[in-house]
Ligand binder design. Structure first.
Ligand SMILES: Nc1nc(=O)c2c([nH]1)NC[C@@H]1CN(c3ccc(C(=O)N[C@@H](CCC(=O)O)C(=O)O)cc3)C=[N+]21
Length: 293
């Protein structure tokens, strides 16, 4: 058996096409959506993610505003840049690229973001609304990776209600909010949120109808761990040096041999990454639409 590929590139392209119409409508009504990014330091991975976000914006007709601070920027510099993004009229939503260089208090910085401009859904108010809104329609932005994972499963008609979802990793941007999202009314999954202290990870994963691996441990999830037919989403990514060529390579959290056991598999790269970017655009469009109301 070979798993059906959950194609994040194709799905993100479809979403971007849908967004274009909504962006044209916004512009026709005098609202120009604009995404701001704040990047601190010169980590090559972060630089390339941010560059990708600006390319995506250009593709769909969202303006983008970029603030790059040097690695030596102080926390006062970061706070000042956040204040500028909060007040900039042309910025309808923005993100602070994580991780910040060592020495900055990330949570303190996230709290300074205007919740109405929080394109990542990582401000405590918006995370709180995700908790409070467990039973109703959410008007607040969802964190982009969890939203992208659910959107991809839905577009491929993978059943979620009543299914066992095993999430590996409890980080702020993926695992923690994903557990909250999957257990909301309407999605109604049963979630097991695992982490580095989980006693028997293979046994937990084996119960999963849907498995989301978001830890950044190369090829952690083995085919013997996976329930036959399960949907497996590979989210974590690690840059590794290829021993033969010496070149940098991206490696996901899922052993490629899982494709022989799983029913659906999202590759990495080419799976959840592009969906994350598409959902960021969707958050910007949604918040701009709310301004019209
Ligand atoms: N405030 C904040 N919000 C984020 O959403 C956020 C962040 N910080 N920090 C880092 C993580 C990581 N992340 C990715 C987004 C897209 C791809 C992506 O599109 N990846 C391509 C490959 C890209 C490549 O070749 O490097 C793919 O999976 O096919 C990957 C990772 C967003 N993050």
């Amino acid at each position: 058996m070979t798993a059906i590929r959950l194609d994040g590139v194709a799905t993100a392209t479809a979403i971007k096409n849908e967004l274009r119409t909504r962006i044209d409508d916004l512009r026709a009504n005098g609202v120009v959506p604009g995404l701001g990014t704040l990047l601190v330091g010169d980590d090559p991975g972060s630089r390339s993610y941010v560059a990708g976000k600006h390319r995506d914006c250009a593709e769909v007709g969202i303006e983008s505003i970029r603030i790059d601070l040097p690695a030596a920027a102080t926390s006062a510099d970061v706070r000042a840049a956040i204040a500028d993004l909060n007040s900039a009229r042309e910025v309808t939503g923005y993100i602070v690229q994580l991780p910040l260089p060592p020495g900055h208090d990330e949570n303190a910085m996230l709290e300074l973001i205007d919740p109405d401009k929080d394109a990542d859904g990582l401000h405590p108010t918006n995370l709180g609304r995700l908790v409070l809104g467990i039973e109703g329609e959410l008007q607040s932005p969802l964190p982009c990776t969890p939203a992208g994972i659910v959107e991809m499963l839905q577009r491929y008609d993978v059943p979620i209600r009543g299914r066992n979802v095993v999430v590996i990793g409890r980080g702020l941007t993926v695992g923690r909010p994903l557990g909250l999202l999957f257990t909301r009314k309407g999605l109604d999954a049963t979630v097991t949120l695992t982490h580095s202290r989980t006693a028997d990870l293979p046994a937990e994963v084996r119960r999963g109808d849907i498995v989301v691996a978001a830890v950044g441990v190369p090829h952690l999830v083995k085919p013997e761990w996976v329930k036959p037919g399960a949907a497996v989403l590979d989210v974590g990514i690690t840059r590794v040096q290829d021993e033969e060529t010496g070149k940098g390579r991206l490696t996901g959290d899922v052993d490629p041999a899982v494709a022989e056991v799983a029913g659906h598999l999202s590759p990495n790269p080419g799976g959840v990454g592009p969906m994350t970017r598409a959902m960021l655009l969707a958050n910007v469009v949604k918040s701009a639409e709310l301004r019209l109301q």
